[in-house]
Each structure stands twice: as C-alpha cells, then as structure tokens.
Ligand binder design. Structure first.
Ligand code: FPP
Length: 227
C-alpha cells in the first residue's frame, strides 16, 4: 500500500494563554512565543517538499471578543512578525498568503499584509497561509454569493473554486492544547482531512512532534468514503 501524501497541512494553534499563565506571565507572552513556533513549523514545512501548503489559524472572527489590550497586542505582533519574516520568506522561497476578512484591520497592517503578499508572490517552495479574521462558514457564504451573482450552478466543484482558498483539500489538521474542536476553521476543505489532537500547548509545539505526527499520518488508512 502506498503512503499518504501530505500536501496541505492545517494547524489550529491553541494554548498560548495557558502556557503563559503556567509560568506566571501575561497571556501576551504566550502569543509572542507562539509566533516563534509558527516560524519553526513553517521552516520545517519548507524543508519537506511534499508539503505544498501550510495554513495557520492565527486570528478567528471570534477573537475580537478578547480584551482590547490582547487584540491590540496580537495586531502588533502580526505586524512585527511579517516585517521580520520577509527574510525567512526569501531565504526559504516561501509564498505568503492570507485568508479571512482583513478589511477590519488598520490601514498600516493591511498595507504590511499586501506588501508581504506582493513581495513573495513568485516564491515556490511552500505557501504559508495565515487565516486572519477568518471564519469557515463566512468563507462558504461568500463563495455561494459569488456564484449566485454570476448565475453559476451551485456544484461542489464551483464552490471549491469560489472559496478564498483554492489551495485544495486539507490532508492533515492538527490542534494543540488538548481541545478537540474545529472552531469554524476551513470547514469545507477539511471534509476528508485526518485529524490529530495533541495536549502540547502551541508555544511548546516543535518540529520533532510534527515529524512524529506526520509519521503516524502516513500509516493511516484514508478511504475517502470508499472501502
Ligand atoms: C490561541 O491561544 C491562539 C490564538 C489566539 C491564535 C494564535 C496566535 C498566535 C500564535 C500569535 C502569533 C500570531 C501571529 C500571526 C504572529 P489562546 O490564547 O486561546 O490560549 P488559551 O486557550 O490557553 O487561552
């Protein structure tokens, strides 16, 4: 039997707040360490040619409900991350893309996002997608509206094409911190994904653990509804 191919990896990064609280730190310190984990995992993916796309759930449409200082911190962290990452994107030939509604972000942050997308658009070794102000249901509704406006038939194929992420189905979805929920992430694209839940908090998640999870993924029987 041939091994499963891992083309699209998706990650729900959870547990930053708990990681910080366990150390008597502010929750924001957990996010800061979490951003470093994004960098490590992205590098790992770029060094594994079969992985074409990695999507991180960085800010959900629900995250606006957090205290203002935490939301503001996350916005600043994202801005700094993109500023500092440009070198990594160049060095590792990584294309940066965003899904979600960034219209609610500040003009400066939107500009940073657009500039990073533009600067990396010819890169080919890996596509790193950050889901920002993202909700899976909203993405599906937008796709369906688009098709209705164009008077196109509502088929699975057309909806898939009309989504903001025409990057193909997710093969493996990982959620950290022990929670076993999907939290409105890539709902359409995870229809046949293999799921892994680990107790590790996101800031402690490592390339070594990812490697072990991928080894396990390779041995799973994916049947896609067949027998
Ligand atoms: C959940 O931890 C994490 C998030 C709010 C999203 C992930 C954000 C980062 C990794 C920060 C860096 C992001 C970028 C793009 C630079 P939580 O706060 O819900 O943890 P808890 O459940 O322990 O409270």
């Amino acid at each position: 039997m041939s091994e499963n191919r891992l083309k699209h990896l998706a990650l729900i990064m959870d547990g930053n707040g708990r990681w910080a609280q366990q150390r008597g730190l502010r929750r924001t310190e957990g996010h800061k360490k979490g951003a470093e984990t994004i960098r490590d995992i992205t590098k790992y993916c770029s060094e594994h040619p079969e992985i074409e796309t990695v999507t991180f759930y960085a800010f959900s449409t629900e995250n606006w409900k957090r205290p203002k200082y935490e939301v503001d911190y996350l916005m600043r962290l994202l801005d700094n991350y993109l500023k500092n990452e440009l070198e990594t994107y160049r060095k590792y030939d990584i294309k940066f893309q965003v899904i979600g509604d960034t219209g609610a972000f500040s003009k400066a942050l939107r500009h940073r996002i657009e500039a990073t997308v533009e600067a990396t658009e010819t890169h080919r070794s890996l596509t790193q997608i950050l889901a920002l102000n993202y909700g899976g249901r909203a993405e599906i509704v937008r796709a369906v509206k688009k098709l209705c406006n164009r008077d196109e038939p509502l088929t699975e194929e057309n909806i898939t094409q009309a989504l903001q992420t025409p990057y193909g189905d997710v093969d493996l979805l990982i959620r950290t911190s022990g929670e076993q929920r999907l939290s409105n992430f890539l709902l359409w694209q995870i229809s046949y994904a293999e799921l892994t839940f680990t107790d590790t908090l996101w800031p402690d998640f490592t390339a070594e653990e990812l490697d072990t999870i991928i080894e396990d993924f390779k041995t799973r029987k994916r049947r896609f509804g067949g027998i």
